[in-house]
Design a protein around this ligand. Structure first.
Ligand code: NDP
Length: 444
């Protein structure tokens, strides 16, 4: 049995019941075979065995009291996966589906994504099975305070710097930061995605969605193509989806559909983003509200069917495994030319393969959505220097980083004989920097 197969087998035996983590590890390790075969030193140093085992996992109780005085208990997690190239960095997810497998898959992916940004940040991820939907602001605040009352002791601006993810936006980061500052009595860049009045960076809110479109544009440019006049479908209507929609429209595309977990809306005239922002960022309401404002649009109460809409570019920006083989077949039949993952692992492995086998440009999340964490690292730089940059400066750095990521994954795919396979290109390019750092630092 070769090195990769042995490590994957051991990983599955030692971590039963963690399908998302197995999926992420399999996807990455499978594509590293070509590098590992030509560098036996990695096996000798037990590099993969160390890479797939988090440096530290923190699991804790999060008790909180609702507005009616009822006590609730949620699970809290922080997986500090790898600090070879910098402090742990990665978001917090608050969603009822959160469990250890999901946090480990996200933390593992984060190692390579952060490496691809070319900035000095290690990989981590955290969260809770708490569901922020339908909770009052006071309930959210009490939950965030309770969560931070345990997590604060494991964080630090040079140790571990969490950020937002699904269910953790500006409001939650504010409450988390307030409690951290209160306990530690220090105002440092210990969380990113902060509000502008207390250390946040301009363009962080837009960064993941904008970055997704910048890297997609660069990929299209490499084939003498671009967003202008293209029909785009975007799943989700959260932070990533909204700003991907904005940038795609700025570049001349028409966004036909967006979704949330209750269904999707289709607007043949092109989505009115002001209406979406009002529903999602102001009212925090369900997406079917859109048809009240735009009666010519259609609401379909099944979010998975969004991929049946004919489009040139598909941007899955909701959650993991939301785009399966069946959907991929329909997209290919309808002539899709580019699929870029705004969410983390939204495409199943067989769907990814189908896109690649059928000549669709496929940009994996660890490259395509790295703009968020890259801008978080720029926020860390600004926090440390106590000097804050203009929107234009951050946005132009972001653009530069995303273009570079595409060039790096493209050239890695070519160098190792898999031209156009950006999954392999991203995994190899992300891995090499982390592997070098781990080799240099000895067996730790
Ligand atoms: P948000 O919470 O802002 O939005 C998530 C969106 O996805 C919502 O519209 C939500 O709908 C929808 N959604 C969630 N679960 C499902 C589901 N099971 N089926 C259909 N729709 C669903 O999160 P973000 O936009 O921040 O994150 C989206 C994805 O992007 C995640 O995978 C995240 O890990 C990834 N990501 C985010 C980054 C960031 O900077 N925010 C950075 C890099 C990656 P509903 O409201 O109904 O639940």
């Amino acid at each position: 049995m070769d090195y990769v197969d042995r490590v994957l087998q051991e990983l599955k035996e030692k971590n039963p019941g963690q399908p998302e983590f197995h999926q992420a590890a399999t996807e990455v390790l499978d594509s590293l075979r070509v590098v590992l075969d030509s560098n036996p030193a990695y096996e000798k140093a037990g590099l993969l065995e160390r890479l797939v085992e988090p440096e530290r996992i923190i699991m804790f109780r999060v008790p909180w009291v609702d507005d009616n005085g009822k006590v609730h208990v949620n699970k809290g997690y922080r997986v500090q996966f790898n600090s070879a190239i910098g402090p742990y960095k990665g978001g917090l997810r608050f969603h009822p589906s959160v469990n250890l497998s999901i946090i480990k898959f996200l933390g593992f992916e984060q190692i390579f994504k952060n490496s691809l940004t070319s900035l000095p940040i290690g990989g981590g991820k955290g969260g809770s099975d708490f569901d922020p939907k339908g909770k009052s602001d006071n309930e959210i605040m009490r939950f965030c305070q309770s969560f931070m009352t345990e997590l604060y002791r494991h964080m630090g601006s040079d140790t571990d710097v969490p950020a937002g993810d699904i269910g953790v936006g500006g409001r939650e980061i504010g409450f988390l930061f307030g409690q951290y500052k209160r306990i530690q009595n220090e105002h440092t860049g210990v969380l990113t995605g902060r509000g502008l009045s207390y250390g946040g960076s301009l363009a962080r809110t837009e960064a993941t969605g904008f970055g997704l479109v910048y890297i997609s544009q660069e990929a299209l440019n490499s084939k003498c193509n671009n967003f202008a006049g293209k029909k785009v479908v975007i799943s989700g209507s959260g932070n990533v989806a909204i700003y991907a929609c904005q940038k795609a429209m700025q570049l001349g595309a028409k966004v036909l559909a967006m979704s949330d977990s209750s269904g999707y809306i289709y607007d043949e005239n092109g989505i009115n983003l002001d209406v979406i922002k009002d529903i999602k960022e102001v009212k925090r309401a369900r997406i079917n509200e859109y048809v009240k404002a735009v009666p010519t649009a259609k609401f379909v109460p099944d979010h998975s069917k969004i991929w049946t809409i004919k489009c040139d570019i598909a941007l899955p920006c909701a959650t993991q495994n939301e785009l399966d083989l069946e959907s991929a077949k329909v997209l290919v039949k309808n002539g899709v030319i580019l699929v870029a993952e705004g969410a983390n692992m939204p495409t199943t492995m067989d769907a990814t393969k189908y896109f690649q086998d059928n000549g669709v440009m496929f940009l994996p999340g660890k490259a395509a959505n790295a703009g968020g964490v890259a801008t978080s690292a720029l926020e860390m730089a600004q926090s440390s220097s106590r000097i804050f940059w203009s929107f234009e400066k951050v946005d132009s750095e972001l653009q530069h980083i995303m273009i570079n990521i595409f060039r790096n994954i493209d050239s890695a795919s070519k160098k190792y004989g898999y031209e156009g396979n950006y999954v392999i290109g991203a995994n190899i390019a992300g891995f090499l920097k982390v592997a070098d750092a781990m080799m240099a630092q000895g067996v730790v």
